[in-house]
Design a protein around this ligand. Structure first.
Ligand code: SF4
Length: 365
């Protein structure tokens, strides 16, 4: 492995033939198209035939990370799913934070390219350079929360990270997502349907291989400075540290751009019931961070009483508060939490789901 932040390996899995192989990462492309999105786009451009039906076995589903993922550098937890979108029929790059991206690298791979379609539901298990295609009979039909739990039990790895689909992806919903770490979603563009169309329930990873960087001492020094001046110490980021993205609810409302009642309005009289203050005073349990992130913009929130008592989720984040909240005329953060938890469990993109519900309410009225 070269000390350049890359693991130097791309895993290839053909689910139709069950062939598993490993290629050296194309370093020329890595230089030209730095990071997950660039690499994913370059490989897709090279290998996907024009006119391919996104739901067909010929579509290429790939998962990528960048050279900083898994290093000390903050805000670099993300992985990206790159494929031809089942929803739009065009290029799709859909991202999620949490811990899956770094774990996939520690398991040995910068990217995973999946082709074909399994004869029956399966999941992939990546563990320190070893790869298995496993029977998914115990998790097919289960929600994403249960899937993570069962996969950890089956692999015997409590620290395994799991990117999975729920019932929405299994049923090829065009607004289905891939969920990791319970509440982090590569949500846009129908990623869940891209998994489901291949009979792929999940990709799970656990690794202990380190990421090598050219000059650890310099990286450490730079990271410390960056955290002090650009991340936590930057006054422009103060709201993200204290409140996270929900701080945008009031700001958007003041600017007249908060999606409200199926986009009929840009201001919502009930915004005070779904803003960051309502989260902090009514449902916040603790702050939460993705891998190695000093900002920790996330929050674990739980409904304490009432009709939705016990419902819990991360956030909710601004876009979810807007689409599942104000856009549906909901001024109750507890109801939004229940909405989001249900979306995460079945593997639905909460932005698209909120939009669809708002449209249905509008049409009904
Ligand atoms: S905790 Fe927030 S700021 Fe940090 S990586 Fe995750 S989403 Fe980004």
């Amino acid at each position: 492995m070269a000390a350049d932040g890359y693991m130097g390996k791309v895993l290839r899995v053909d689910l139709s033939t069950e062939k598993i192989s490993t290629d050296a990462l194309n370093k020329e492309w890595a230089k030209q198209f730095v990071g997950g999105k660039g690499l994913g786009a370059r490989y897709l451009f090279e290998e996907l035939k024009p006119g391919t039906d996104p739901m067909s076995p010929d579509n290429i589903l790939s998962i990528w990370t960048g050279p900083l993922v898994g290093t000390l550098v903050p805000l670099t937890s993300r992985y990206v799913i790159v494929t031809k979108s089942p929803l739009t029929g065009t290029f799709l790059d859909s991202y999620a934070g949490g811990f899956f991206g770094p774990e996939m690298k520690y398991a040995g791979y910068d990217g995973v390219i999946i082709k074909g379609k399994a004869k029956k539901p399966v999941y992939l298990w990546l563990n320190d350079g070893k790869v298995e295609i496993r029977d998914a009979k115990n998790i097919w039909g289960k929600d994403t929360y249960k899937t993570e739990e069962i996969v950890r039990k089956e692999t015997g790895e409590k620290m395994a990270r799991v990117a999975s689909i729920g019932q929405a992806g299994e049923n090829l919903s065009l607004i289905s997502s891939v969920t990791n770490d319970l509440t982090r979603n590569a949500g846009r563009g129908g990623t869940g349907a891209a998994f489901g169309a291949k009979n792929l329930k999940a990709v799970a990873a656990r690794g202990t291989l380190g990421v090598e960087v050219p000059d650890m001492a310099s990286l450490l020094k730079m990271t410390k400075e960056m955290i002090k001046t650009d991340v936590v110490g930057n006054p422009d980021h103060a709201g993200m540290v204290t409140d996270g993205t929900p701080i945008l609810v009031d700001m958007s409302n003041d600017a007249g751009i908060l999606p409200t009642r199926n986009w009929h309005d840009g201001t919502f009289e009930g915004h005070g019931g779904i803003n960051s203050e309502s989260i902090k005073t009514r449902v916040l349990v603790r702050k939460k961070a993705c891998f190695d992130c000093a900002i920790a913009c996330g929050s674990w929130s739980k409904v304490k009483a009432g009709a939705f008592s016990g419902a819990a989720t991360e956030g909710p984040e601004y876009e979810t508060l807007g689409l599942c909240g104000s856009n549906c005329g909901i001024s109750n953060v507890e109801a939004v939490i229940k909405f989001v938890e249900d979306c995460d469990r079945v593997g639905l993109d909460s932005i698209s789901a909120g939009n669809a519900v708002a449209l249905a309410m509008d049409l009904y009225e």
